[in-house]
Design a protein around this ligand. Sequence first.
Ligand code: IPD
Ligand code: CA
Ligand code: CA
Ligand code: CA
Length: 267
Amino acid sequence: MHPMLNIAVRAARNAGKVILQKFEEKDKVEVLQKGSNDFVTNVDKDAEAMIRDTILKSYPKHSIVGEELGQQLGSDADYLWVIDPLDGTTNFIKGIPHFAVSIALKVKGRTEQAVVYDPIRGELFTATRGQGAQLNSKRIRVNKATDLSGTVLATGFPFKQKHHMEEYMNAFSALFVHTADMRRAGSAALDLAYVAAGRVDGFFEIGLKPWDTAAGQLLVKEAGGLVTDFAGGNNQDKSGNIVCGAPKLAQAIVKELRPHLSDALLK
Ligand code: IPD
Ligand code: CA
Ligand code: CA
Ligand code: CA
């Protein structure tokens, strides 16, 4: 394993311990409102602090950006760690055992290492660019679906951007009729990891942040999948609007969604 992936794994496991301990002592969790329908807890912050400590102990000059503690530029800006300490905070708060730690390392803007860790199930999804994706050290691949029939797709609802709800729902319906079923499990990082592992065939969501998808995108690509924006382009990092799956399936998803979405989402 690449030494930097090894550190990412260590950081994710350390954060996983912090999260699991507090998941079992729910009364000690403090919930704060960040925005409309958007919450954060002391556990998200403690987990991120733990990840930062673990990374900086080995790589004190590297830069870090995380959802809860912001950006910290080190003397070496070529190495940027992108962290979501707890992806699936709403599940965590409600006691639903489905959330993950997501850590990616970008080198000169390109994602080289990725970890998504589900502490409840002890499932560790990892990838190094050019070397495939693994679940608990076993090689994983996307399902080779070429069209929508029989597929199960994951998605996320635009709960923080309800002004997009109507067009999202129209696009959802147009797509849904061609699939076997859809899932809204509540963790974008795990949605992407599940696409990589072939547990769901594809995934789409609007308005995600870099820390939600940085690691998951590399997992999907290294598992043989295609990641695009809603117009079939490559702007998903900037727009946060993302579609993925086996290459032909991702294109089929784009084809169904696209006619129902406004220009603002087609990037
Ligand atoms: C959220 C989850 C969710 C997605 C949201 C994200 P958080 O991340 O990934 O599935 O629908 O858009 O914000 O806030 O729990 O880290
Ligand atoms: Ca959040
Ligand atoms: Ca997230
Ligand atoms: Ca989070």
